[in-house]
Design a protein around this ligand. Structure first.
Ligand SMILES: Nc1nc2c(ncn2[C@@H]2O[C@H](COP(=O)(O)OP(=O)(O)OP(=O)(O)O)[C@@H](O)[C@H]2O)c(=O)[nH]1
Ligand SMILES: [Mg+2]
Length: 165
């Protein structure tokens, strides 16, 4: 059994809390109150033959809270960066710049993976997001980078388990 610490980040409205809420359908909605700067949930692997757990930190993406992101970096193994592919090019660039900045400024002492979780995606927009983030992912200095077009956390977990850690 492995316990992963996951940091779910991205701009406001990218779809982070929606992803987490779908992974924990039994949670009362109040636990996702917009007043809180973050949600943290323990998600069990949805596969029957797997007892891995994922402690998922979902920190808000508004401009004020972004300044706190770096404080969640220590101990994070999996950084899942959520990008809403339906947004305007300027917002996609803003998302890329924020990821760039975070990777430069934060101390990720245990980081193994940076995955782009692309919501509201189609084939063209996934390709555009992949191109835009290519250099940032290459510079991330982690063992694995992935691009996962989905709004479902199970797909993120499946990608991890499929290709190994
Ligand atoms: N159509 C569509 N809407 C989505 C999708 N994912 C999220 N949304 C909507 O987008 C809005 C924002 O989603 P959230 O999950 O709250 O975004 P967030 O990344 O947690 O944003 P912050 O907490 O502000 O940082 C909500 O109204 C969701 O219903 C999606 O895949 N498709
Ligand atoms: Mg949220």
């Amino acid at each position: 059994m492995t316990s992963y610490r996951v940091l779910l980040l991205g701009l406001d409205g990218a779809g982070k809390s929606t992803l987490l809420r779908h992974a924990k359908p039994d949670q009362p909605r109040a636990s996702f109150a917009p007043a809180a700067a973050f949600n943290v949930e323990l998600v069990r692997c949805p596969r029957h033959d797997c007892s891995d757990t994922f402690c998922v930190w979902d920190v808000n993406g508004d401009a004020q809270t972004r300044r706190l992101w770096q404080h969640y970096a220590l101990g994070t193994q999996l950084l899942w960066w959520v990008v809403n592919a339906a947004e305007a090019p300027a917002r996609l660039q803003e998302s890329r710049d924020e990821l760039d900045r975070l990777l430069k400024e934060a101390t990720f002492d245990a980081l193994e993976e940076v995955a782009l979780v692309v919501t509201r995606a189609n084939d063209d927009s996934v390709e555009a997001v992949a191109d835009l983030f290519q250099d940032t992912l290459m510079r991330a200095g982690v063992a694995r980078t992935r691009i996962i077009p989905t709004t479902c956390m199970r797909d993120c977990i499946d990608a991890l388990l499929r290709h190994g850690v």
